[in-house]
Design a protein around this ligand. Sequence first.
Ligand SMILES: Nc1ncnc2c1ncn2[C@@H]1O[C@H](COP(=O)(O)OP(=O)(O)OP(=O)(O)O)[C@@H](O)[C@H]1O
Ligand SMILES: [Mg+2]
Length: 313
Amino acid sequence: MNAVVEIENLTKDYEVGFWRKRRVRALDGLSLQVEGGEIFGFLGANGAGKTTTLKLLMRLIYPTAGRARILGRDINDVAMHARIGYLPENPYFYDYLTARELLNYCAELFGYSGRERALRTEELLSRVHLDRKSWDKQLRKYSKGMLQRVGLAQALVNDPEIVFLDEPMSGLDPIGRREVRDLIAGLKLKGTTVFMCSHILSDIEVLCDRVAILSSGRLAETGRLEELRERAGDGRRIEIMVAGTDAEKLSSVFPALEGAQITSTASGARIEVSDERDVDAALSALRQAGGRLISVQPVRQSLEELFVREVSE
Ligand SMILES: Nc1ncnc2c1ncn2[C@@H]1O[C@H](COP(=O)(O)OP(=O)(O)OP(=O)(O)O)[C@@H](O)[C@H]1O
Ligand SMILES: [Mg+2]
């Protein structure tokens, strides 16, 4: 595997205050690598430093310390920037252009010929599922979700080898999210590397090969989702769903097993044990209480739970 993004000790202090200037550290010694061809999820709560990281990589702001390479080139290498794409967090475009004009203009910046630009524009606007009827409308008449789609199209205009997406699902309705999700998965199939920030964890969960979790400007965790799950002890607890009895009856015949939790449900009870070995004890308690077994399965935390715990710790 070859790393296409290599970030080394990247640090950014912002200067805030007017009379009395002081520095706030938005990003603190971030080091990480993204491999070619993967979809990499960059997670973190509001203000964690995700956008700051992307802006540093795009050279929109300058680092206080550290450095980074993209596609093996230093981020100050201008030629490399022609091979990557970027969707900013709140894309802002010249309002009086239409989507078609904007895309055509972007393609022109990359040096495509007139015919190629027209083709590319139509192909991209269809790919982001922007309704054909809106292609020749001015962007000032666009909704948030429509602008987001134009932003995505713009980020892909040069067939980038790697694309950086800052909250690509932001402002999209459920169908739009699904479409963009499929589009991102499609990019990977074509071999494009995707680096995306998001807090819509369900999207990250289905799309990303690896994730990094940023917490107050520092890297809290990085790895494959399964690894993060394992490290957090996820899946070790087991949930037993039962019917024909209730939590109270079960508790009386199932004397407080260490770490077991019993709660009532609409049709019976839910028993959660902390170890596989406790399942037998729970089942015999169930028989004594005269209940029926419905299901036994490991408790999987959602990425959300892992993430929230990571951040609060
Ligand atoms: N131009 C700026 N001047 C001063 N501080 C800034 C500036 N931009 C960002 N910050 C601060 O840097 C920190 C990180 O902000 P950043 O926008 O990178 O977070 P984020 O992870 O993208 O959050 P969100 O999920 O809300 O988009 C925040 O504390 C923010 O207040
Ligand atoms: Mg942000």
